[in-house]
Design a protein around this ligand. Structure first.
Ligand SMILES: Cc1cc2nc3c(=O)[nH]c(=O)nc-3n(C[C@H](O)[C@H](O)[C@H](O)COP(=O)(O)O)c2cc1C
Length: 300
């Protein structure tokens, strides 16, 4: 019997998602599956670490879904038994390189009638980006069969501070010696091998039913109610900002305004709105909240 073939597509700046992909892929190679790994490379790549100006300057194009040109994606095969699409969200949307990859004709062609597993390494807000990924994969004729979302498990506001430190210095270490390490923990990166084992077993069986349930049971996805509340509202505001700033002549100035708006929204507005929602409204909506959480944890 021919060995199964998988394609792993990913983009990484700091190397974090690259490490996740390496760990996740190990069980496939060990089981004799042919693994082709392609790193997506924008022609004008996004330099890492970021400057504060460039970090916020990517917001309008990211949110508006504007793509960037990529170096050619040369694939060895014409058909794969599984595509692993590994990506990171930027501004609650697919990162520009990940979104651009989904627009590449060679990638779209290979996605047609092919099972796909999405593999995310984010700060903690990936729900909206994953809804975009679901839609784009559906449009390409792919079948999403699994999703694994690795996140920074620390408190939302702590992770905002530490990710900015990491992104703006390139150092994935303890800010001031007191904050926790940013991003996905080393342990969670190592453990992504276990998710690889689960997916590999279903690949070998040639039957995907029940896989996402097993992945979720093993901690591959953890939808947090308060973050879901924020993520269901913030994209609309981001979209207004993105459209507004995109058309402005004084883009630099408006991006500075956006930066302070974002920090104010994250540190002041969101906690107050979440508290009010918790005290006054959520109790009437529990059934609906549970249904939405189940939706985001699933692949439909
Ligand atoms: C411009 C930018 C915006 C980001 N926005 C989000 C976000 O909305 N949600 C989130 O969970 N993580 C966000 N992140 C973190 C990334 O998803 C990712 O975890 C981090 O950049 C490390 O990925 P890497 O493997 O490409 O280095 C953002 C990162 C960057 C650079």
């Amino acid at each position: 019997m021919n060995p199964k073939k998988i394609l792993v597509l990913y983009y990484t700046q700091s190397g974090q998602l690259g490490e996740v992909v390496t760990r996740f892929s190990k069980p496939f190679a060990a089981a004799g599956v042919s693994v082709e790994t392609i790193s997506i490379k924008p022609i004008n790549d996004y330099a890492f670490p970021w400057t504060s100006e460039r970090f916020f300057d990517t917001m309008p194009e990211t949110v508006l879904g504007i793509t960037t040109a990529l170096q050619p994606v040369n694939l060895q095969e014409q058909k794969y038994d599984l595509v692993v699409f590994a990506y990171q969200p930027w501004y609650l949307s697919l990162s520009i390189p990940a979104n651009s990859a989904l627009h590449e004709p060679a990638v779209k062609e290979i996605l047609k009638n092919t099972p796909v597993v999405t593999l995310i390494a984010a700060r903690n807000m990936w729900l909206h980006a994953q809804e975009q990924a679901k839609q784009k994969l559906r449009e390409a004729g792919a079948k999403l069969v699994g999703n694994i979302a690795l996140v920074d498990r620390h408190h939302n506001l702590i992770s905002v501070v530490t990710i900015l430190y990491w992104m703006l210095t390139g150092k994935k270490d303890k800010y001031l010696g007191v904050f926790p390490k940013p991003g996905v923990s080393d342990e969670d990166i190592r453990n992504s091998e276990n998710f690889g084992k689960i997916v590999c077993r279903y690949l070998q069986e040639g039957n995907w039913s029940g896989m996402q349930h097993e992945l979720v049971t093993n901690g591959a996805v953890d939808v947090k109610e308060d973050l879901m509340f924020v993520e269901e509202r913030a994209p609309r505001l981001f979209s207004i900002w993105a459209n507004f700033i995109f058309k402005r002549k004084n883009r630099k100035g408006w991006l500075v305004v956006f930066k302070y708006y974002l920090l104010f929204a994250l540190f002041i507005v969101a906690p107050i709105v979440l508290l009010l929602n918790f005290l006054l409204f959520r109790w009437f909506l529990i059934g609906n909240i549970k249904r939405r959480m189940a939706h985001y944890a699933g692949v439909e």
